[in-house]
Design a protein around this ligand. Structure first.
Ligand code: FAD
Length: 461
């Protein structure tokens, strides 16, 4: 053990290796179900250092866990079996923005919000955004193919990756940084690493595409009585060609928890069963008029029962806060079991109706808190612990409820993980969404790139 640590110290410096309690803090993500137990946590600063660490670990067959901002919700960055945590926290250099190519080149440990700021400073825009962007790393975002609140307009992070530098399990450095927009020369290997959750290599540098900033954004909050009205309202946005940049939903339960946990207030005088948050880009002088017509039509067709258009940037933030603070508020106020599924939009109402029936009949006392990026068919389904149930009993039931829910997801042609990945939490359920043939091919790729199985072992499969 001490020889191993000495090798790490010789590569990264004595202060960049921690063990014991200090290492444990780096060996977990946002999930609470696993007890961290790492061998050590190591903080390289360069691709070369990562390469040397992996070369050594591969020779000695020492397992490693790549770690970014540790905001993951699937246990992907958990080191619970004496693995070495390789953190990108010290790899936070921004090399520069290329205004002609509209790209930014940086190390993998740059915090997502910092990358967004650097883009703004250069008069450009990086559109991938979510509630955890103040802590997550761009490398972690790529490794999880992160989505977020703007997917409806800008897509997942996969769409924004121009190039990657990746260190493979044996320490070799793979440069996937050809800057050409068009490059049809065989397999585009960078896509293998996007969403690979640290199981195929460590991303050390990224080149991300940027775009021009959106024009003024208008944020509206609507109150609805029925679940199906949420899809009807979305259909109306499409019929009226509203330039949406976000379409989110939450329920009265989520709103109440946020109000309990934060100082935010609802703009409505009474509580309604469902809410949608819509963000629209004012692409021309006419957009505001179109938005007014849309709201009038939604009222006339009785799809919405109330609505508010934000009047200031503070109110924009407050409306967004009501949606984005739900996960945080639930974690602070209660014990919640989280799921992140996606479904074809047309199946959301029958799915939720069936789910509610199953929960009421099989899991009495469970509250299903549903919110999410519904314009993409992405629902965060959280079950909260009944007051009198012990934590252990709750999590045992929650695991069973997952099976019931994933059967439904399969029935309606959805996915068991929309954005958060498989990691540890969902690996037993991968077969609900991926065929045996697909899983077989994934395993062959893993075996080929990491024959000693040192890269994040036990995750995904
Ligand atoms: C409040 C909250 C809201 C969230 N909202 C969203 C959302 O809207 N959309 C969304 O997609 N996610 C969301 N997430 C989940 C999470 O923020 C994302 O998955 C994020 O991309 C994880 O980045 P990270 O740097 O924190 O990664 P980590 O948690 O550190 O790691 C995640 C996985 O990536 C691997 N990894 C990390 N860095 C590297 C690297 N450099 N090379 C190779 N593998 C690596 C790890 O081993 C692990 O498997 C949310 C999380 C929280 C807590």
């Amino acid at each position: 053990m001490s020889e191993v640590l000495d090798v790490f110290r010789s590569i990264v410096g004595t202060t960049q290796v921690v063990t014991g309690e200090e290492a444990k803090a780096w060996a977990k993500d946002y999930t609470k179900a696993y007890t961290p137990s790492p061998l050590a946590a190591v903080f390289p600063k360069t691709t070369q250092e990562v390469s040397k660490i992996l070369q050594f670990c591969n020779q000695k067959k020492i397992s490693v866990v790549p770690s970014g901002g540790r905001t993951g919700l699937s246990g992907g960055a958990v080191a619970a079996r004496q693995e070495v945590v390789i953190s990108t926290s010290k790899m936070n250099g921004i090399f520069g923005v290329n205004p002609v190519e509209k790209t930014i080149h940086c190390q993998a440990g740059v915090v997502t919000k910092e990358l967004q700021r650097a883009a703004v400073d250069a008069g450009l825009y990086f559109p991938v955004d979510f509630a955890s962007s103040g802590s997550s790393h761009i490398g972690g975002n790529v490794a999880t193919n992160a989505g977020g609140i703007k997917v409806i307009r800008y897509g997942l992070i996969r769409q924004w990756v121009s190039g990657l530098k990746v260190v493979l399990a044996d320490g070799s450095i793979l440069e996937l940084t050809n800057a050409c927009v068009k490059n049809n020369t065989g397999y585009d290997l960078k896509h293998l690493f996007i969403g690979s959750e640290g199981t195929l290599g460590i991303i050390t540098e990224v080149i991300m595409n940027l775009t021009t900033p959106p024009k003024e954004l208008m944020v509206c909050l609507f109150a609805l009585n029925k679940l199906e009205d949420i899809t009807s309202l979305f259909e109306l946005t499409q019929k009226m060609a509203l330039p949406l940049t976000a379409y989110e939903m939450f329920t009265s339960f989520g709103l109440l928890r946020v109000q309990e946990h934060t100082k935010l207030k609802s703009p409505f005088s009474k509580l309604h069963p469902f809410y949608t948050l819509i963000e629209v880009e004012k692409i021309s002088d006419k957009t505001e008029g179109y938005l007014e017509q849309f709201v009038q039509k939604a009222f006339d067709e009785k799809i919405i029962v109330d609505g508010v258009l934000s009047q200031s940037s503070q109110q924009d933030q407050d409306f967004w806060g009501l949606r984005e603070n739900i996960a945080e508020s639930l974690s602070a106020l209660t014990v919640a079991h989280k799921n992140d599924i996606s479904l074809p939009l047309s199946k959301i109402t029958p799915f939720c109706t069936d789910l509610q029936e199953i929960i009421s009949s099989k899991y009495p006392g469970f509250e299903a808190v549903i919110f999410g990026h519904i314009g993409d068919g992405n629902l965060h389904v959280n079950f909260t612990k009944p007051e009198k149930m012990s934590k252990d009993e709750f999590f045992a039931h929650a695991k069973k409820s997952d099976v019931s829910m994933f059967e439904l997801v399969k029935k309606y042609g959805g996915s068991i993980s929309a954005e958060h990945g498989i990691g540890l939490t969902k690996k037993d359920f991968l077969h609900y969404t991926r065929s045996p043939l697909e899983i077989g091919i994934m395993k062959k790729i893993k075996q080929d790139l990491d024959p000693n199985e040192i890269m994040n072992p036990g995750k995904v499969f």
